[in-house]
Design a binder for this molecule. Structure first.
Ligand code: PEP
Ligand code: MG
Length: 755
């Protein structure tokens, strides 16, 4: 049975569209189970009717015509009960409904199983037979397994409006959006420009060459050409922060890396022509990265392939045709790369859409930095169909409207206008303090991990750096950075903000952040060797980092050290002991005054919430890392799309935990900050004001939005809202209530498109 199932699923996966897939399913299931009929009924989301979508056995004319009300007939009964219905004499059943157009009266036995996706019943998969029989348990489970396998594909096709319920035209009249992941906020309207990777690396064959020197030269010329192009592209990007241009530095590094170039040249010298040698090298490198657990490093496999394709296209043709673009480009690709994006003049690029990738892909990061909306991971994107087509992109919700209807278009034009006005208004808040209507001041700090962010952070009105993620300088190198190297980086950030405070976090690797030169392979990396655990087990690495931090702060005195992933009091004690020891050693070596920095703890693990007083007693300040705290409190992997709906910082348990931390730390007069994403969630900010947080730290671009919330509420008002929220049982109700509070205060533009 397993084999049958596997074969069927392979066949279904190869289908061009859902109609074809359903046709294959009904045909194969009927053959495999030796039944007389197999049919699929799906729910029409417009009216909840169950529509016969495919059949092998009933009359084909009935497809699209047979429609049952939501719980009508045996098909409806399967949906109502959400369980298999297995009966040997269907026509006698009180719920049996006869449709003359199916020719169905001749069938006695009926087995129907529900097609369910994430708790939602999408339809019914049915088999029928002329002779009376009850289906065997094995047959029931086979049908159930198939329905479960199908459900994801159907849900997606339905959500994207690609299932034809006999009433809509394909890919048009777009009131029904295609859904992807929200990659960068904003709305845009423009014309689709579909870009493909310039050449197909996989299709390159091996070829034996005799003039090896000429081949090596051709390869080196192609590399040089790509290098120049990259430098030019980078040069055109002066308007976006340098860290977001860093991808081009990474490309340059790869282009200069001995391994990539030398290995290809070696392969050419062994007799393969340049394109074949290049393909082999790129595959070898990409395979290593693609097999890594760490999401950041897996993305690098794509960078390497992208680079390989560029070199290949230069090898294949001496010139690339200059392309002209429409005035308002919605750039669409199966797998958009930063270089594809950069080839469109930035004034014409309105939004990006990629069938692959997520919010953490480089193109999404670039889009956020450029302030253009992005929708990522639109699985069923009909890319072949989208050139020169009008498209509306909603980056808040991850929606895409293809050939939008006049109503959708009108609405989004209005939203786009309002949004431009809102963005302009918000930037005027840059120099205004973050203070409530009744005078409660809540400083706004920036989260960063890149020096290049300094200008952007200051530009958005950051009053310091609340979280500097030091692992980023570690990740972009191919070995641990030395004391001097680190000190230079830290000094720049401390200097840029002095006398404003800067909170440097000690190395927080593990989980989804790995170093290529220090791989950590574990079955449960988020519950494994992470953050402070690594630092205390490898004190030589920790000590170098602390020395660099202390040295970088000489004469500035704005350094604060933040310890990540603290789970036990002993970890705080040991880390403090090492920091004091290093401080003492440096004082002896330098004979200059180096102040002991303030040392604080990140509260990210539930155990630390319960021990907040014991921890606060042993440090100078507390910073709540809600990204991890939510993941550990709710047992929801922060990177898993399947459980993404459960990941919510407004879960009552999270709210209680934050209150407990604030109260515990304040009882010992220790200030508390939040540096997780909760600090930039406008709905959550209402509660954070009420709870009495001492500062908030977030990505700089969010500072004006959060400031707007703070400046429009009194602390009194937020305390009343918090009291109401504390009486609620679930995140959904809480979010609804807080969103309504934002709307009533005139701040709805923060949570949806429009002003
Ligand atoms: C957090 O967990 O909230 C946090 C700020 O740290 P990171 O996102 O780097 O894990
Ligand atoms: Mg964290």
């Amino acid at each position: 049975m397993l084999n049958t199932l596997r074969k069927l699923i392979t066949e279904v996966s190869a289908a061009q569209n859902l109609e074809e897939a359903l046709t294959i399913i009904v045909k194969r299931v009927k053959q495999t189970m030796h039944t007389d009929v197999c049919s699929v009924y799906l729910t029409d989301p417009l009216n909840e009717e169950r529509v016969l979508m495919a059949t092998d056995g009933l009359l084909p004319e009935a497809i699209g015509k047979v429609r049952l009300a939501r719980y009508e007939g045996l098909v409806g009964l399967v949906c109502e009960r959400a369980e298999p219905i297995n009966i040997d004499n269907a026509p006698e059943h009180p719920r049996y409904k006869y449709f003359p157009e199916t020719g169905e009266e001749q069938y006695s036995s009926f087995l129907g199983v529900p097609i369910i996706n994430h708790g939602q019943t999408l339809g019914t998969l049915v088999v029928q037979d002329r002779h009376r029989r009850r289906y065997a348990e094995e047959e029931v489970t086979l049908l159930l397994t198939l329905a479960a396998q199908l459900s994801g594909a159907i849900a997606h096709a339905q959500a994207s409006g690609r299932i034809q319920m006999g009433q809509r035209k394909r890919n048009s009249g777009g009131d029904k959006p295609f859904r992807g992941l929200a990659g960068a906020p904003g709305v845009a309207i423009g014309v689709g420009v579909v870009v493909y990777a310039g050449a197909d690396l996989d299709a390159v064959p091996n070829r034996y060459v005799t003039d090896i020197d000429a081949e090596v030269l051709a390869f080196e010329n192609a590399v040089a050409q790509v290098r120049t192009e990259m430098a030019q592209l980078r040069g055109q990007l002066q308007h976006i922060p340098a860290e977001d241009r860093a991808i081009f530095d990474a490309y340059q590094l790869m282009l200069e890396s001995d391994s990539l170039i030398k290995q290809t040249v070696q392969k050419i010298r062994r007799g393969n022509w340049a394109p074949g040698a290049l393909r082999e090298t790129i595959h070898e490198h990409a395979r290593v990265f693609a097999g890594m657990d760490d999401a950041y490093l897996r993305e690098r496999a794509q960078d390497i392939r992208d680079l390989g394709l560029r070199i290949l296209s230069r090898l294949q043709s001496k010139e690339t045709a200059a392309r002209t673009y429409p005035q308002q480009v919605i750039l669409v690709s199966e797998d958009l790369s930063p270089t594809m994006m950069m080839e469109v003049p930035s004034t014409q690029l309105m939004a990006i859409v990629s069938a692959r990738g997520s919010g953490s892909s480089h193109v999404a990061i670039l889009a956020r930095a450029m302030g253009i909306p992005a929708v990522m991971g639109v699985e069923d994107l009909p890319t072949g169909d989208l050139n020169d087509v009008e498209i509306v992109v909603d980056g808040f919700q991850g929606f895409l409207f293809i050939r939008p209807s006049p109503t959708v278009l009108r609405e989004y034009k209005r939203l786009r206008k309002e949004e431009s006005a809102l963005t302009a208004d918000l930037l005027t808040l840059k120099d205004q303090p973050a203070v409530t209507l009744d005078g409660y001041r809540l400083p706004m700090y920036a989260n960063t991990g890149l020096l290049a962010d300094i200008r952007s952070s200051l530009g958005h009105g950051a009053e310091g750096v609340g979280l500097y993620r030091t692992e980023i300088p570690y990740m972009v190198r191919d070995r641990f950075p030395g004391e001097q190297e680190q000190a230079q980086v830290y000094r720049k950030i401390l200097e840029a903000f002095a006398p404003k405070p800067v909170y440097l976090r000690t190395l927080d690797i593990g989980g989804d952040k790995n170093l290529s030169y220090f791989p950590i392979q574990e079955a449960n990396p988020f519950l494994g060797w992470r953050g402070i655990r690594v630092s205390l087990d490898q004190p030589e690495i920790f000590i170098v980092q602390i020395r660099a931090m202390l040295r970088s702060a000489v004469g500035l005195n704005n350094l604060n050290i933040l310890l990540p992933m603290i789970t036990t009091v002993e970890e705080v004690v040991e880390a403090q002991r090492l920091i004091r020891r290093v401080h003492h050693e440096i004082l002896e070596e330098e004979k200059t005054v180096i102040e002991m920095p303030r040392v604080g703890v990140m509260i990210e693990v539930p155990s630390a919430v319960y021990q907040i007083k014991q921890i606060a007693k042993r440090c100078d300040f507390i910073s709540i890392g809600t990204n991890d705290l939510v993941q550990y409190l709710l047992a929801v992997d922060r990177n898993n799309r399947r459980v993404a709906a459960l990941y919510d910082c407004l879960h009552p348990a999270v709210i209680q935990a934050v209150i407990q931390v604030v109260e515990g730390a304040h009882a010992l007069n220790k200030p508390v900050s939040i540096c997780g994403e909760m600090a930039s969630d406008p709905a959550a900010v209402i509660l954070l004001i009420a709870m009495g947080l001492d500062s908030l730290s977030m990505n700089a671009v969010n500072i004006p939005r959060v400031k707007w919330v703070i400046r429009n509420f009194s602390r009194d008002h937020t305390q009343r809202v918090l009291d109401e929220v504390l009486r609620m049982d679930g995140a959904e109700a809480i979010r609804r209530h807080l969103n309504a509070t934002l709307e009533n205060a005139g701040l709805g533009g923060l949570i949806r498109a429009g002003k």
